[in-house]
Ligand binder design. Sequence first.
Ligand code: EPU
Length: 429
Amino acid sequence: MDRIRIIGGHRLNGTIQISGAKNATLPLMIASLLSEDTLILDNVPQLADVVLLQRILGNHGVDVMIAGKRAGEDANNGRTLHISAKHIVDTTAPYELVSKMRASFWVIAPLVARMGEAKVSMPGGCAIGTRPVDLLIMALEKLGTEIEVEGGYVIARAPKGLCGAEINFPKVTVGGTHTAIMAASLAHGTTVIENAAREPEIGDVADCLNKMGAKISGAGTSRIVIEGVPKLHGARHTVLPDRIETGTYAMAVAMTGGDVLLQNARPELLQAALDVLGQAGATVTPTNEGVRVARNGAGLMPVEVTTAPFPGFPTDLQAQLMALMTRAHGTSHITETIFENRFMHVQELVRLGAHIHLDGETATIDGVPCLKGAPVMATDLRASVSLVIAGLAAEGETMVNRVYHLDRGFERVEEKLARCGAAIERLGG
Ligand code: EPU
């Protein structure tokens, strides 16, 4: 397995191109199952999760064509996928595939909405928590799906089609909201989703579905209304920029010092995180091209942060912020409210010399004057990248093992950082 080797202590200066969002790309690809026509997605990042989802969709009979680059096109621009779900040959998503990527469970919604049936493996727990799917099932049941759980599989049936309904989520869920929107798009009648997730990726998927002929309003607010339509058609859609990748590089710059333009970034997608970076001592400036992040001279200040659904501080940036706060002048507190076990990075940061104390869902971080390089590894994507951020500032060599996790969600992380002056390289396994 590949590893990433970092020699810390170099400032970051230059430009980093922000890729299309992983967490929009995955549901957008899944939404292609709703139509017989081709869905064209632009600005798709090259990630292991995208490749895996291609395989999962392929198993249902979906044909994915990756368009090559045209002459003169910037090699950093994302790729274009042509996705055709004309012939769905299998409505089962097997354990071997779903267990590798939780979001693939979401295929249940378009399959039952269009084909009247689906059999999808329960995803099981994962490194960041138990992550149940009860609310996704509740939403499908409200829309008239009969659900049975057998042999680790959720079997969904709606032979006469789905019916619009009122769905009130007791807890904000991104996957639940995606599932409800996709299924309701092809239901008879009107669906109202209350306490919907407001994450920008929900809005992006709703925009794409509307281009495909769906009638969705209110996406981006906590009340979404969907008028079902009998059929969806093909469309072309550009994936929105990745706010978590943006926040990650912004924290890397705050960590090392320097001045970097995050090209294509949209500040409104991560205002809460940018505000925290400002409090920590970074200068964040929105520009016509993206967001500029700089820290020159000033030391890092400690912060108090609690993760929350959008527009709050995202759980997907919690590990990266913790890495940053290991070097602050003082004590920070970070509370994780979304996932109960998302602290895989704590012990690895401690190996680099960080002082972190965990008490339930709150981490207390006493800033230290320096971190020292060491071999580290993590079992989830955001935890892995937090170790890269720490390694960029640590004295000497940090070797990040199990790079597979990074490749799931960060496109060419070592290349992007090296171009801005980091001493970072990938070593083949
Ligand atoms: N939950 C339930 N029951 C459900 C569904 C969720 O109790 O049926 C709970 C979860 O256990 C969690 C909370 O509700 O405690 C929120 O989970 P949510 O459904 O919002 O998360 P998700 O849809 O599984 C997506 C992202 C995650 C991101 C979360 C929160 C994708 C593919 N995944 O997951 O991204 O952390 O929303 O914003 O969009 C990542 O990219 O590294 C990642 C983990």
